[in-house]
Design a protein around this ligand. Structure first.
Ligand SMILES: Cc1ncc(COP(=O)(O)O)c(C=O)c1O
Length: 416
């Protein structure tokens, strides 16, 4: 491979960075020198706004104002305030999203609540390749409601939904596949579910903040998503749950904690759900994490999701081009077509784990997913086109030199 070809690609990458509507948004983040961070689909980078806000919250709102901050600083309203802010990124009008619990817990609430809106129907449909927690919680929801889970790829979901007809209660799918990065058609699967009178539940973990999701326009019924991936809320940031306004008053979610009560401080002996999205709350939220997520979302200020999505596609496409130009001989697990691609590129290699470790040692941080996936996430706000081309070069060098075969890259830790 001549150096000229790569020099040309790098020059084009640099030009794309300079001309991008997101040019300069990387400065909104704290990123270590010498690191190309391609794991924002696992744990987003640290926005500069978060540290100062957390320091103020800890020292002033907690340290000084103590319990008074629930009212004075409106800690009480933070979960829906932050929910509305996320709504602007995922195409949901205000009053339909609350930040609460983990994605796993919210999946359970979402699927049970949706199934209860369709009594008498006995099937929950989901993707066999779902992130495991989605499968586990679909099974848990089905068990408690006396339903059956059927596993059908999203590619075949519209036909399966039509065949199930009045038996289908809920179709529960992920917008972007966590392993392959394939983007599924939310509107198509949702409308297939609606055609048979069923509801659609979406997991937005790998799309919120990177893909221009349109929950309201797409007709989604319920949805959940992560706060710590492309939304950059920090490790263990709370998740969010969306329930379309039209379903809220009848939504019978199973975890009836006091934060979802109509009048929590009445200390009533019987549960009465709050009206609106507030009924999806459960118990006292991790307020520091809720407020860290709120501060993190400022990184999206002034950006349109159309531009964020365009940047994401441009990054993944120049990375793919660089991989092809360099002749990196790995099979791509992520579809080539823009409309089928989320914000990551996954490549298959029999020793994918070791390849990822060797890349990390070179400062290119991605992650490994079973059984053979090198997973590289392109967070549009802080990954540049130059990063994308450089990462492809580094990957090529690792494979050419067989660096991944070094024994130190075989050691597995608890988190891969
Ligand atoms: C698609 C998907 N759903 C759910 C989760 C995790 O959920 P939780 O926040 O409960 O750990 C992940 C985490 O990577 C995920 O990729």
């Amino acid at each position: 491979m001549s150096d000229d070809v790569i020099d040309d690609l790098l020059a084009r990458a640099s030009d794309l960075d300079a001309r991008s509507p997101l040019s300069g948004t990387r400065e909104r983040f704290v990123l270590p020198d010498g690191v190309i961070y391609l794991d924002g689909n696992s744990l987003g980078a640290l926005p500069r706004t978060v540290g100062p806000v957390l320091a103020r919250v800890v020292e002033h709102e907690w340290g000084d104002r103590l319990i008074r901050s629930w009212n004075e600083a409106d800690w009480w309203g933070a979960q829906t305030r932050v929910g509305d802010r996320i709504g602007r990124l995922v195409g949901a009008a205000a009053g339909q999203i609350v930040v609460t619990d983990s994605t796993s817990v919210n999946l359970y609430k979402a699927i049970v609540g949706a199934a209860r809106l369709r009594p008498g129907r006995r099937v929950v449909l989901t993707d066999p390749a779902s992130f495991p927690t989605d499968l586990y919680l679909a099974e848990a929801a089905a068990r408690v409601e006396g339903l059956e889970v059927r596993r059908v790829s999203p590619a075949d979901a519209p036909q399966a939904i039509a065949a199930l007809g009045p038996d289908l209660a809920v179709a529960a799918y992920s917008s972007v596949d966590y392993a392959t990065g394939e983007l599924w058609d939310l509107e198509r699967i949702t409308s297939a579910a609606h055609d048979v009178g069923a509801l659609a539940c979406w997991d937005l973990c790998h799309s919120a903040g990177a893909v221009d999701v349109r929950l309201d326009a797409g007709g989604a019924d319920v949805a959940v998503g992560c706060g710590y991936k492309y939304l950059n809320g920090g490790p263990g940031a709370p998740s969010f749950i969306y329930v379309a306004a039209r379903h809220q008053d009848a939504f019978d979610q199973p975890l009836t904690g006091w934060f979802g009560h109509a009048n929590p401080f009445e200390m009533a002996r019987e549960y009465v759900p709050a009206s609106g999205i507030d009924r999806l709350r459960v118990g006292t939220p991790p307020m520091l994490s809720v407020l860290a997520l709120e501060a993190a979302l400022e990184a999206f200020d002034g950006l349109s999701m159309a531009d964020v999505r365009a940047q994401s596609l441009s990054l993944t496409s120049i990375f793919r081009e660089a991989v092809a130009t360099l002749g990196v001989g790995l099979a791509l697990a992520t579809p080539a077509a823009d409309r089928q691609r989320g914000s990551q590129v996954s490549l298959r290699h029999p020793e994918a784990f070791a390849v990822v470790q060797a890349l990390i040692a070179r400062g290119v941080i991605g992650d490994y997913r079973e059984p053979d996936i090198v997973r590289l996430g392109f967070a549009p706000l802080y990954v540049t086109h130059v990063d994308a081309v450089t990462a492809a070069q580094q990957l090529n060098e690792v494979l050419d030199s067989r660096e991944h075969e070094r024994p130190e890259f075989a050691t597995r830790h608890a988190v891969t």
